[in-house]
Each structure stands twice: as structure tokens, then as C-alpha cells.
Design a protein around this ligand. Structure first.
Ligand code: AMP
Ligand code: MG
Length: 417
């Protein structure tokens, strides 16, 4: 048997990031940037008003107060998106809207709430100012966000809405991203039927293809369904060869020591360096991995939970690495066990469980039904407890490491202020 860590190290040493492609930024979410992004202009491009109000010369408002307002002459109305035609001279002001460029002569903005516009007297418009302005008040300086030539985003960053906003702000409708891996998914077994069918005569529905495809999507990669291969070397080989049009193959089933478990043999025939291991983990013991041509191939075990857990441990980090990501591992969360767990110091255990937070402390409760075919407990679980190989029985109250399976820790049914 080989340890989970050792298998992972061998696998990742064989995985390289894919190439780049140019992508519209609206399709960039969750993907990895393949180039440094340099600002082509200052942002904001010019000094502008942070408020609706009056652009003034700060000196003209000296000592202004509620009791002793200063009266200024309004010489222009300036909406956002236009440049003032006039300059502000002594005793003058320009009515200004948020985002409008600062007029020449003005060095501060008084909020409209600190002023009172006067009845027009003939052509003359006036405003009373109730507050003294300091130079720079309510002015957003050109380049205060970023300056022309600044590197605003770095190669290797994962793109979130903020990064997409930044790309738009620097005028980049298209950017180089690491390619989105296309992952071929194959299920193997004479017992498998399509999910539209009703199980009869020893058959079961092919649930793995769907669960694995969803895991692939959750990584941000694209699954390609190869369907079901029967337990013959011929059928397996045909389907797997078709899978080589993708960037990577993930199969499930047929890697154990049963009489019809041919996946490892066929992969070996096809690949120069195929490895087959019994990995010291539970669930998910048998695992085949290798490079066929230049494509990585994973032969996961067939039991539904074994395949999902093995995918999480091995295929997921590999796919994230192919996508150009550096942060490819789940972050473990420490939590207190609410119940004891029985364990022999033999393999690494991945225990389906529910993690909850209370008053700043995480608590984790293992679920009933840890069999490798029990999908219903996987549905209830929001995390896996990780018990390292050498660990024995764990008592209630001990601290364990947990990998979350979904975003349930990030969301709740009420606002969390
Ligand atoms: P195997 O690794 O091929 O011996 O399969 C182990 C167990 O997983 C068997 O009980 C299979 O019926 C089950 N199994 C294999 N492939 C799938 C699949 N695609 N969907 C659901 N169960 C499967
Ligand atoms: Mg099988």
C-alpha cells in the first residue's frame, strides 16, 4: 500500500498547466489569468467630484458657518460626463455632480447638504455655503485608484467579479487565461444502466458518471461524457481511446481485483507508464494513474463514495493545477468531535460528517452510514473529517481536521451581521 500523500506527490509531479487562450472577460469567472495586466490610463483619469455639491476655491469659504454663511456666484451647472467651460475665480462656484471632472480654479467640493441655493436675482445665481472647505475636500484625485503603467492584476490570479471589473476598467474585453481542461468521464461495468432506466436483473444506475461530471464542473473544468464501457478489454480500449481527445481521463470502476476489473490492464496497454496502487485510504483503496500519450488518466474505484472521495483527493488538485492554479489543496478547518470515532491505525480515513459553527468554534458530527456505497450520507454531509493513517480511535472532544465539501459554511438562512 502507498500513502495518500505519496500517491498525490507522484500524480502532481506529472501534471502540467495547460496552454493559454484568449477569452472574453464575461467568461473568465473562476479561471486563472495567464498574463500580467497593465493599466493603460490613470484611474480615475482626472480629478473629479466625490459628491453632488459645489466646486469651490477653498480660500473663498474660509470661516463659513451656519450663522455666517459665505455667498458664492454660480457660474455653471456641471453634470457627470462633461468638462466645465468656465474656470472658478474668486467668489465663484460651479454646481457639480458626482464624478464630474474638477473645473479649473476649484480645489474642493462642498456637499449640497451644506449649502442653500438662493432665488435667482435676474441672471445672477447664488448659493450660500455653511461650511469651510479644506483643499482637496470631496475631490477624488486622478490616479488615486491606479496609475498608468501599474500592474493591476498578476498572472496566476483566480478571476472573481472584482478582477473582471478591473479588466473592464483597464479596457481589456479579452484576456489570456489558462485553458479550461476538458475531462473525459467513463464509467465501467456490465451492471450499469442509463439513469432513465429502471434497475432489474442485477443492474444498477450509472450514478458515478454524473457525480464525477459535477465534481469536474465544480473545479471549473468541462466534463465530456464517454458513457458506459462494458467489462471487456475491447470496449474499454475503444472508449478510453476516444477519451484521449480530451485533456484528461477519469474512469470509475474496474480497478479492483475482481475477475472483470480490466481498467488497469487496458490503461497499462495504452500508456507508457501506468501505475496501479492500493492507496492507504478509506474509502477509495484501489487507484490507477498514468500518462497516456501526454494525457493524465485516473482510474478511480467504482463504489460511488470511493470514486467521489478519490476524485477529491487526487483528480481535483490535478485539474486545478492544469487550470494554472497554485492554491490547489483544500484548506483544513480544525473542529471538535461531538462523538467518538473508531479507527485502526492503518489507512487515512475520510469520514462523512456535518460541520457547524457555534460562538466562534467549529463542531463536527460524523454521520451514520459510512459504507462506500452509501450515497445518502454523502448527501447529508457538508464535510469530510480527515483522520491520518497513524491515528487510532478518536474521543469525543478531540480536535480533528475537516475538508468542507460545499459552501454551506459560507451561507445561512438569515443575515449574519
Ligand atoms: P468495481 O470497482 O467496478 O468493482 O465496482 C465497485 C462497486 O461500485 C460495485 O458495486 C459497482 O456496482 C459499483 N459501481 C461501479 N461503477 C458504478 C457507477 N458508474 N455508478 C454506480 N455504481 C457503480
Ligand atoms: Mg466493475
Amino acid at each position: 500500500m502507498i500513502s495518500v500523500e505519496a500517491a498525490l506527490e507522484i500524480i502532481l509531479s506529472e501534471i502540467k498547466p495547460l496552454g493559454m487562450e484568449r477569452v472574453n472577460i464575461l467568461s473568465a469567472m473562476g479561471r486563472v489569468l495567464g498574463e500580467d495586466i497593465v493599466a493603460d490610463t490613470n484611474n480615475p483619469p482626472w480629478d473629479n467630484s466625490a459628491m453632488d455639491g459645489y466646486a469651490v476655491r477653498a480660500v473663498d469659504t474660509k470661516d463659513a458657518s451656519k450663522d455666517q454663511p459665505v455667498t458664492l456666484q454660480i457660474i455653471e451647472d456641471l453634470p457627470a460626463g462633461y468638462v466645465a467651460k468656465k474656470s472658478v475665480k474668486r467668489g465663484q462656484t460651479i454646481r457639480i455632480m458626482t464624478g464630474a471632472p474638477m473645473p479649473n480654479g476649484a480645489d474642493a467640493v462642498i456637499m449640497v447638504e451644506e449649502t442653500e441655493r438662493q432665488e435667482a436675482r435676474g441672471k445672477r445665481q447664488e448659493v450660500k455655503v455653511f461650511k469651510e472647505a479644506k483643499v482637496g475636500d470631496n475631490v477624488r484625485k486622478a490616479g488615486e485608484d491606479f496609475k498608468k503603467g501599474d500592474i493591476v492584476l498578476r498572472k496566476g490570479m483566480t478571476i472573481r467579479p472584482a478582477e473582471i471589473g478591473m479588466l473592464a476598467a483597464v479596457g481589456k474585453p479579452n484576456v489570456y487565461l489558462y485553458q479550461r481542461p476538458r475531462i473525459a468521464v467513463l464509467s465501467t461495468g456490465d451492471e450499469l444502466i442509463e439513469i432513465e432506466e429502471t434497475p432489474m436483473n442485477g443492474k444498477i444506475r450509472n450514478s458515478n458518471s454524473y457525480a464525477i461530471a459535477a465534481q469536474i464542473k465544480a473545479c471549473g473544468a468541462t466534463p465530456i461524457q464517454l458513457g458506459i464501457a462494458r467489462d471487456t478489454k475491447k470496449d474499454l480500449k475503444e472508449k478510453l481511446e476516444f477519451g484521449l481527445t480530451a485533456d484528461c481521463i477519469v474512469s470509475s470502476g474496474g480497478v479492483s481485483v475482481g475477475d472483470f476489473d480490466f481498467v488497469k490492464d487496458v490503461l497499462k496497454q495504452m500508456g507508457s507508464e501506468m501505475r496501479f496502487w492500493k492507496v492507504a485510504m478509506k474509502p477509495g483503496k484501489p487507484l490507477a494513474f498514468g500518462i497516456i500519450g501526454d494525457k493524465p488518466a485516473f482510474g478511480l474505484p467504482g463504489n460511488p463514495i470511493s470514486s467521489m472521495v478519490a476524485f477529491e483527493q487526487f483528480a481535483r488538485p490535478a485539474i486545478l493545477k492544469m487550470m494554472g492554479r497554485a492554491d490547489i489543496f483544500k484548506r483544513p478547518i480544525p473542529a471538535l468531535l461531538t462523538r467518538p470515532i473508531k479507527k485502526k491505525p492503518d489507512r487515512m480515513h475520510f469520514v462523512r460528517a456535518v460541520i457547524e459553527e457555534e460562538k466562534g468554534q467549529f463542531y463536527v458530527t460524523p454521520l451514520e452510514g459510512q459504507g462506500s456505497g452509501i450515497l445518502s450520507s454523502m448527501v447529508k454531509a457538508n464535510c469530510l473529517i480527515i483522520l491520518p493513517e497513524n491515528v487510532k480511535d478518536m474521543e469525543k472532544g478531540s480536535t480533528v481536521k475537516v475538508h468542507t465539501l460545499d459552501q454551506s459554511l459560507l451561507y445561512q438562512d438569515k443575515p449574519g451581521y
